[in-house]
Design a protein around this ligand. Structure first.
Ligand code: S3P
Length: 178
């Protein structure tokens, strides 16, 4: 009998793509543990991501994010959902590809704007932008970020995620691919 293969899955994608929602469901269905990178940072520093941005700036946050990514990437049989910017700094994408399977949850700009507009104040990168500004920002930002996102082992269409059944279907489809 073949020994069971260790699984380390990274969910990547833009803010609002559903990385945490899908990650939790996927982990449960696959019998894996689940780590949310932002939550791991907040638990370690006893501060919200927003507070870390305020105190240390984006550069300080990215440094912390890189270290925490390296730390949680030693875990085995795990689904790790990363912050939207994580794959785009310090060669993190190459690093994740070297230690696990990366899955890009791809969602259109219009759908992301609809999902993010009501909760933009919780994301330091988005706060203070009007709806139109948000749309322009997300479109331009994704264009830059996709250079990294598209290096994922799996690019998965996560456009439809309205109901629990949608999430279930996405996780089941992913489990078949992984
Ligand atoms: C960020 C995304 C956030 C969080 C931080 C920065 C980004 O995570 O890491 O606010 O630059 O895209 P989510 O993608 O989980 O919202």
């Amino acid at each position: 009998m073949q020994p069971k293969q260790m699984k380390r899955i990274f969910l990547i994608g833009y803010m609002g793509a559903g990385k945490t929602t899908v990650g939790k469901d996927l982990a449960q269905r696959g019998g894996l543990s689940f780590v949310d990178l932002d939550h791991a940072i907040e638990a370690r520093y006893h501060k919200t991501v927003r507070e870390i941005f305020q105190e240390k700036g984006e550069e300080g946050f990215r440094e912390i994010e890189r270290k925490m990514l390296a730390e949680v990437s030693t875990f085995e049989d795990v689904v790790i959902s990363t912050g939207g910017g994580a794959p785009c700094f310090y060669g993190n994408m190459e690093f994740m590809n070297s230690v696990g399977t990366t899955v890009y949850l791809k969602v259109s700009v219009d759908e992301l704007v609809a999902r993010l507009e009501p909760c933009k104040h919780t994301r330091p990168v988005l706060q203070g932008r009007s709806c139109e500004e948000l749309k322009t920002f997300i479109r331009e930002n994704i264009e830059k970020r996709e250079v990294h996102y598209l290096k994922a082992s799996i690019v998965f269409d996560a456009e439809t995620m309205l109901t629990e059944t949608d999430v279930e279907n996405i996780s089941k489809a992913l489990l078949n691919l992984l």
